[in-house]
Design a binder for this molecule. Structure first.
Ligand SMILES: [Zn+2]
Length: 309
């Protein structure tokens, strides 16, 4: 299947400083890794994504919060929470990050569906309805899920989040809509402290808390079982992936032990399922991942696997 690589140069304008784990070097590492795999690089459909509009962000966020981020950036930026800052370019970056994922959804629902990976920042899965959190300003994937429902009439959307941290923001932004099923596998106990197995949202959330340091197969199996549970009697029209590469071994912000080929295996199986469910529609978006070389390797493996089915 043809895979689009969607990004926007404005994503580099979210200036967190080189001392922050989440910095623009993460996106540069992805570009560098892609250029080292010329066959893959040339096979991708490269798209400069658009900026999400305030109305689109309001599918998941409080309009006053959206305006406050725009105003903060216009004033030159500032601190949003203990881990999260905004700079002058952060409004352009954050709206581009969300807009790229919306473009991915549009491509997924085109007459000839295309898969997409969105190389975007700031990440999104900790952002709350009216607050930034954990490096995240807007819930890029949660906004995309609501957009797919509203714009493309998707009746059922599956979100798979394998970032090493619980996607608490995504859960908060989608759990009221039972037509969106959310699976999050994450280290436990760990930041942000939520995501225990008994927290099922409105019955549409499958949290998979896992200890650090297990054999990789344990994580792969647990995630597959979570996807099985979330799709029993539920055939998605679209699969969204919150692709956090901080689940890879050695990440400074996580203790999972996965290698890029494990994520490729999960991606391939999800691709096969999506082929059976929904004409193969998958839109994947970058979340965490803080060892930049590993992020590049992980994205390359993930993209090969997206293209494989
Ligand atoms: Zn993370």
């Amino acid at each position: 299947m043809t895979v689009a690589f969607i990004s926007n140069s404005d994503c580099g304008r979210h200036d967190t400083g080189w001392g922050a784990p989440e910095h623009v070097g993460r996106l540069r590492a992805i570009t560098a890794a892609l250029k080292n795999d010329l066959d893959l690089f040339t096979s991708l459909h490269h798209v400069e994504g658009r900026h999400a509009t305030p109305d689109e962000l309001a599918l998941a966020h409080d309009p006053a919060y959206i305006r406050s981020i725009e105003a903060l950036a216009a004033r030159g930026g500032g601190r949003l929470d203990a881990d999260t800052v905004a700079s002058e370019g952060s409004w352009a970056a954050a709206t581009a990050a969300a807009g790229c994922v919306l473009d991915g959804v549009d491509l997924a629902f085109a007459p000839q569906p295309m898969r997409a990976f969105c190389g975007v920042r700031p990440p999104g899965h900790h952002a709350l309805r009216d607050a930034a959190m954990g490096f995240c300003l807007f819930g890029n994937v949660a906004v995309a899920a609501h957009y797919a429902r509203r714009k493309h009439g998707a009746e059922r959307v599956l979100i798979v989040d394998w970032d090493v941290h619980h996607g608490n923001g995504t859960q908060a932004l989608v759990e009221q809509d039972e037509a969106i099923h959310f699976v999050s596998m994450h280290q436990w106990p760990w930041y942000p402290g939520t995501g225990e197995a008994g927290d099922r949202g409105n019955g549409n959330v499958w949290n998979i808390p896992m200890p650090p340091g297990l054999e990789p197969a344990a994580y792969v199996t647990a995630l597959e079982r979570g996807i099985d549970a979330a799709t029993a009697g539920f055939t998605p029209d679209l699969v969204l992936i919150s692709a956090g590469f901080d689940c890879l071994r050695g990440d400074p912000l996580g203790g999972f032990t996965l290698e890029p080929h494990h994520l490729a295996e999960v991606t391939r199986r999800l691709g096969q399922r999506a082929d059976a469910w929904c004409r193969g529609r998958i839109v994947s978006a970058l979340e965490g991942g803080y060892l930049v070389g590993r992020v590049g390797d992980g994205v390359v493996a993930h993209l090969h696997a997206l293209a494989a089915t």
